[in-house]
Design a protein around this ligand. Structure first.
Ligand code: BGC
Length: 416
């Protein structure tokens, strides 16, 4: 009992100490950038602020896709103590804006001309009721494949461009005794793979109808069954220890030549770079087979919580640092994403980054740019979570593909 009381007091004490350590000139930043590559990118932002004498109070909450971070955020807001700035995605930003929790960034946005350089696809989530409520950091996309070049070369495998090619490549690796696909069995990772697989199986119109318009007929279509059949194929070609594995450990399997491919957003590139690997030489990046024209995007943004009326000097400094062209280049070169501004040069980006920037511009102008379901840019969290549940249950063998299709129709209908 005494031990319990002491421990509890120590925990409360530590919490109070960490709260009171936040000085007036600090920003407290809640984020989920905890892998090696992510931390390297985050350092670019920390250093930028420190050079302006704004201190950084780090509040990392591990978990790709940010679900855990959002849970911690809700607890902090409920306790009346929101962090200064919070990494967030798509519909979650609009949700907080609608609750009136976010600071109005219009003054800094107007002064720095954000309206002219941030594309509409991002403004749709960065502005609410005509007010800028968050600062877009980047554009990521989920329909990428990462491959170990030496493993592919050793097995005579060329970069697959169609689903059938991909199946042949996977089967060749399996026959050679190499784990074909590195994957981490966590709901958000299953859903990230599903973004790309569904885009390939349904095509862009079908993807939009299913995940953005939430059309029951498309959700229940034969093409959706094909998407689930393809997920089952992927499940059959991951290693036995995939369950619960973090995404960056799956990336490490490809980096180390223990697996051929990983389907993951371009934050995976940050891990390759952090390990000193070079695109085109050590690893390949290419769009998920059958989705070369499309981009399923998500954009990290920092929402600024209203700290009592005015945007604080530190919040304005953070917002302005994030949107500066030099930061947009320096950060995204390391992170694996591409700039959130359309006027940033691709000169400092590697081959994958240059391709990412080209693909994004082309997809935006040809009507092939769509929000990622897995990363909160296609539908609100309630629908996203419903899709996660079905995709994960199917991936883990709870449903066959036909049942999964029916469950998806029902779950989305209830959630929307
Ligand atoms: C974020 C990325 C992050 C990834 C994995 C995504 O939701 O947009 O910035 O690297 O999750 O943590």
């Amino acid at each position: 009992m005494r031990i319990f009381t002491k421990t509890k007091a120590a925990v409360v004490g530590a919490l109070l100490a960490s709260t009171s350590m936040v000085q007036a000139s600090d920003v407290e930043v809640l984020h989920w950038w905890t892998s090696g590559g992510e931390a390297a990118a985050l350092n670019v932002l920390k250093q930028d602020l420190e050079s302006q004498s704004v201190g950084w109070q780090d509040m990392p909450v591990a978990g790709g896709g940010g679900e855990q971070a959002m849970t911690v955020l809700r607890a902090r807001v409920t306790a009346g103590n929101p962090p200064t700035a919070v990494q967030a995605l798509g519909f979650d930003i609009l949700d907080w804006a609608n609750q009136g929790a976010l600071a109005d960034l219009n003054e800094v946005a107007a002064k720095e001309g954000w309206d002219a350089v941030v594309p509409d696809a991002l403004k749709a989530f960065a502005k609410a009721d005509g007010k800028w409520v968050s600062a877009p950091v980047n554009v990521h996309s989920t329909n990428w494949v990462w491959a170990n070049k030496a493993v592919l070369d050793a097995n005579g495998i060329a970069q697959p461009t169609s689903w059938d090619d991909f199946v042949s490549a996977v089967e060749a690796l399996k026959a050679a005794g190499v784990t074909p696909i590195a994957h981490g069995g966590q709901a958000w990772q299953d859903a990230t793979v599903f973004d790309a697989v569904a885009m390939g199986a349904l095509g862009p119109d079908g993807y939009k109808a299913a995940f953005i318009d939430l059309d029951s007929a498309t959700l229940g279509s034969d093409a959706m069954k094909t998407a689930f059949d393809r997920m089952a194929f992927i499940r059959d070609n991951v290693d036995d220890n995939f369950s619960g594995r973090d995404w960056n450990l799956a990336t490490a399997m490809v980096i180390n030549g223990e697996a051929g491919f990983q389907m993951m957003g371009d934050w995976a590139k940050g891990e390759f770079l952090n390990a000193g690997k070079v695109p085109g030489e050590d690893f390949l990046c290419f769009r998920f087979p059958g989705t070369a024209e499309q981009v399923t995007f998500n954009a990290d943004q920092f929402m600024m919580f209203d700290q009592g009326g005015e945007v604080s000097t530190e919040q304005a400094a953070l917002a302005s640092a994030i949107l500066s062209p030099s930061f947009q280049s320096a950060f995204n070169v390391v992170k694996g994403s591409v700039p959130a501004r359309t006027d940033v040069s691709d000169a400092d980006f590697d081959a994958c980054g240059k391709q990412g920037m080209k693909d994004l511009a082309a997809a935006a102008s040809s009507g092939n740019l769509f929000g990622s379901m897995a990363h909160g840019h296609a539908a609100p969290a309630s629908v996203k979570n419903a899709v996660y549940d079905v995709v994960t249950a199917h991936f883990n063998g709870e449903y066959d593909s036909e049942t999964a299709v029916q469950e998806l129709v029902d779950a989305v209908e209830i959630a929307k």
